[in-house]
Design a binder for this molecule. Structure first.
Ligand code: P61
Length: 457
């Protein structure tokens, strides 16, 4: 594979420092072995998330200076509106301070207790927002998504048979809207094909169910379509994106990913009545509809970032950097989800630590070891994040995959940072059989991975 060099050069730097091994040990104990609880200054390479952690461009910093902080009708809002209409093509939209705020508004307006919201796979904030309204999130991704070695090019696809059967069983009246997450973050940053998304939209619409896209990483998904789907190799990514959104009735988006801003979100829709209700809810929770919980300068940086996130030389470098990290980790004999996804490499923690069962959290063991070995931070995407108690049966459910995600901030780290990560992982692999699992000493009910505390077994 060809790994193109960064299509930018570095104008501003931020120092990072590697603290000593004993110090790292003390920090782990203080953090209750939860890497979310560590101080960022004690981390050398931070791959916890690609959300809001990217480097803004000179144009985005210039956009910040153009920010209009008027409470209502600011110029910055007009600029964002023009970009959102151009890139996505929906009739109406509101800004929100981040993705989960958009999800909160959407679910407040549309979800009633006892209703179901299907998707290929909801990410945890969407899942939690649906549950917080008394609704039930349902994941109907294709089975290939759960086989880490399977090389299906679009492992984020919805299983159309499962979706049809589900709608038939539950009834369209109990489904206020359906979703698709592009790319599928919860299972490998894997893309959805245009053909699948179109078929899903057709199925929802056959039953009169509105269709919303979770668009956090839509640009990366569109670039995968260009690379992998027949008939799209010659289409500009911007056209692919317009086609994708033309099949949907709306979308919610964390702009902290593919719009490359540190803060921001969007909620778009075509239905005027939903828009009216969204605006009222937004005013209550986020702010006036022309700023939605953001400063004017944030709106401006988002407007600029939306175009930069769709730039094809950037996207080629972006996906190649992730592929490079994945390929080097695999060469070191460490299994990851295949193919390598868009924004992150997902290490199969169960395969690294086959002796640690899911209820002893192998993903946490790997997260702790990465910090211990190299002051590197990744995030568990496994039983801590997605293990849940079924309210109907009282039985605990564990996810099919126990993963450690190394998410790559956009335009932030270089190839030698990636090489350092690989070296640290190789050292962990050499002592894998000596590493043990963890148990909770504290765990809240929703989104527990953020604040949970652990002790080693
Ligand atoms: C992430 F540990 N993702 O991947 P907000 N949809 C999708 C997302 O990936 C997403 C949101 C909606 C994050 C941040 C994060 O438990 C965690 O702007 C596909 O973060 O509100 C966010 O967007 C929500 C990390 C979120 C977590 C929740 O790293």
């Amino acid at each position: 594979m060809y790994y193109p060099p960064e299509p930018f050069r570095i104008k501003v730097t931020e120092p990072i420092r590697l603290i000593a091994g004993e110090e790292r040990e003390a920090r782990l104990v203080e953090a209750g072995y939860n890497v979310f609880q560590l101080r960022a200054e004690d981390i050398f390479i931070d791959l916890l998330t690609d959300s809001g952690t990217g480097a803004m461009s000179q144009e985005q910093w210039a956009s910040l200076m153009r920010g209009d902080e008027s409470y209502a009708g600011a110029r910055s809002f007009q600029r964002l509106k023009a970009a959102v209409e151009d890139v996505f093509g929906f009739k109406y939209f509101v800004p929100a301070h981040q993705g989960r705020a958009a999800e909160n508004i959407l679910t407040a307006v549309l979800v009633k207790a006892g209703q179901y919201v299907p998707s290929n796979m909801h990410f945890d904030t969407t899942d939690a927002n649906i549950r917080a309204r008394g609704g039930r999130p349902v994941n109907l991704v294709i089975d290939e998504a759960f086989d880490p070695a399977n090389l299906h090019p679009f492992k984020g696809n919805m299983d159309l048979g499962k979706l049809r059967a589900f709608i038939g069983k539950i009834g369209a009246a109990n489904i206020p809207f359906g979703m698709m997450t592009v790319t599928n973050n919860a299972a490998g940053g894997q893309p959805v094909s245009m053909a699948n998304l179109k078929a899903v939209a057709g199925l929802y619409h056959e039953y009169g169910i509105p269709f919303f896209i979770d668009a956090a990483r839509y640009a990366e998904n569109c670039y995968f379509i260009k690379l992998r789907e027949k008939d799209y190799e010659c289409k500009p990514v911007r056209e692919i994106a317009r086609e994708m959104f033309s099949y949907a009735d709306g979308m919610c988006m964390s702009a902290k990913k593919d719009a490359i801003v540190n803060m921001g979100g969007l909620l778009c829709m075509n239905d005027e009545e939903i828009f009216e209700n969204v605006k009222n809810e937004l005013i209550l929770r986020e702010g006036f509809p022309t700023y939605g919980g953001l400063a004017g300068r944030d709106l401006d940086a988002m407007a600029t970032g939306l175009y930069e996130g769709l730039d094809e030389s950037y996207l080629a470098y972006r996906l190649a950097q992730t592929a490079y990290l994945g390929a080097c980790i695999n060469e070191a004999g460490i299994p990851t989800i295949q193919p390598i996804g868009g924004h992150a490499v997902y290490i199969d923690a169960h395969a690294v630590f086959p002796h640690i069962p899911n209820y002893e959290f192998p993903g946490v063991s790997l997260a702790v070891e990465m910090y211990r070995e190299g002051a590197i931070r990744g995030s568990e995407i496994g039983s801590v994040m997605f293990g849940c108690l079924d309210p109907d049966t009282g039985i605990w459910h564990y996810p099919k995959l126990e993963l450690l995600r190394l998410a790559i901030p956009r335009r932030t780290y270089t190839q030698s940072h990636m090489d350092y990560v690989v070296d640290s992982l190789a050292k962990i692999k050499d002592r894998a059989d000596t590493i043990r699992g963890y148990k909770f000493t504290y765990a809240p009910e929703l989104l527990r991975h953020f604040t949970a505390r652990f002790e080693p077994l």
